[in-house]
Design a protein around this ligand. Structure first.
Ligand code: GRF
Length: 212
């Protein structure tokens, strides 16, 4: 299957997915990388591997001011130029335009570094998630892979992994523990998506069938 990946930062989840495509764990190819930050590590990695990169949204300020695609151009590019089958958000921090959600129904995943529906939604991203988890006294956390709908972090959950939270944890220590699990569970979910090993309960909850 043809995959478009959205990044805003280092792109460690993108790299984990790309590696899994190269070694055959995922029956997929990354055909495009989209970012709101053209200078980020994920874009640099894509360029090094000859993967086309797109900028979305149009930068309002800074060195890339005025550069970027409109939502319509983004959807057209991903559907018709790159012919993406699935869209994977991997550390992407801007809101996805509704046009894109509509163009990829049940075909867009996101990974969130907390156990949704807790510690999610607007404002809960990156280290803020881990700070809130530690402050809450929760004893477990972990990544959630979910399908994307038009809100932040609210789409149907596909998979989660659990890691312990130690009361002595700093946000950075917890972030690292969660990130290690992200790099396992996201490729696992993408492999199932590419293999068509996801069924849907009639109440809209997705079920991941393991490979034989
Ligand atoms: C990760 O915590 C991921 O869960 C969140 O963005 C952070 C950075 O991801 N969505 P990456 O290293 O850029 O893939």
């Amino acid at each position: 299957a043809r995959l478009a990946v959205f990044v805003s930062g280092g792109g460690s989840n993108f790299k984990a997915i790309h590696a899994a495509c190269l070694d055959g764990r995922i029956n997929g190819t990354v055909v495009a990388v989209v970012s709101d930050v053209p200078s980020c590590g994920g874009v640099a990695y894509a360029r090094e591997h000859g993967i086309p990169t797109l900028t979305y949204p149009i930068a309002k300020k800074g060195e890339f001011q005025g550069q970027g695609l409109t939502a319509e151009q983004l959807v057209d590019g991903l559907r018709n130029t790159h012919k993406a089958d699935y869209v994977l958000l991997a550390g992407y921090l801007k809101l996805i335009p509704p046009e894109l959600c509509r163009a990829f129904p049940r075909a867009m995943l996101n990974i969130h570094p907390g156990l949704l529906p807790s510690f999610g939604g607007k404002g809960y991203y990156g280290e803020r998630v881990h700070k809130a988890v530690i402050a809450s006294g929760a004893r477990f956390s972990g990544p959630t892979v979910h399908f994307v709908d038009e809100e932040f972090d609210t789409g149907p959950i596909l998979a989660q992994r659990v890691v312990p939270v130690f009361p002595t944890d700093t946000p950075k220590q917890l972030a690292a523990r969660v990130l290690r699990e992200e790099h396992q569970v996201y490729p696992h979910c993408v492999a199932a998506l590419c293999d068509g090993r996801i069924a849907w309960r009639e109440d809209g909850i997705p079920i991941l069938w393991e490979a034989k």
